[in-house]
Design a protein around this ligand. Structure first.
Ligand code: I3S
Length: 132
């Protein structure tokens, strides 16, 4: 028997457009950075970067996977998040996310206020999952 509908709705922590690039794939450093603006969703302990930034906010919040293809999904369990050291990028406000499988991503937004809210939300997600 199905529970009440609210149980099936995953909690959305955060969504928005961020600049991101993958720098390491499962331990293998990628030769080139390809920064792109990407619709990004944090929910249920998973951070998903979609292929583009054009998914509509309203539709994207509800069912992003039906509207746009996820390019990268990062499980926050066992991940770590730090501010990227200056040698990783000349851009400002860059976060470095390392996943448990040894992949690394840089995440950036020109607005310090916006990147700070993502930093807090992702760090909190990581912390909550490590408490399990
Ligand atoms: O680590 P790099 O090589 O300085 O990263 C830059 C390159 O990925 C560059 O691409 P091209 O080599 O095609 O120009 C990007 O346009 C830059 O944004 C990268 O540097 P930053 O410092 O922005 O992450």
């Amino acid at each position: 028997q199905a529970g009440p509908p609210e149980e099936k709705i995953k909690t959305l922590d955060k969504a928005g457009v961020l600049h991101r690039t993958k720098t390491v794939d499962k331990g293998k450093r990628l030769r080139k950075k390809h920064w792109s603006a990407s619709w990004t969703v944090l929910e249920g302990g998973v951070l998903t970067f979609f292929k583009d930034s054009k998914t509509s906010a309203t539709g994207g919040l509800r069912q992003p996977s039906k509207l746009s293809t996820p390019e990268y999904t990062v499980e926050l369990k066992g991940a770590s998040l730090t501010w990227a050291p200056k040698d990783k990028s000349s851009k400002k406000n860059v976060l470095e996310l390392r996943s448990r499988d040894g992949s690394e991503y840089l995440i950036q937004h020109d607005s310090e206020a916006i990147i700070s809210t993502w930093q807090k939300a992702i760090a909190q997600g990581i912390q909550e999952l490590s408490a399990d």
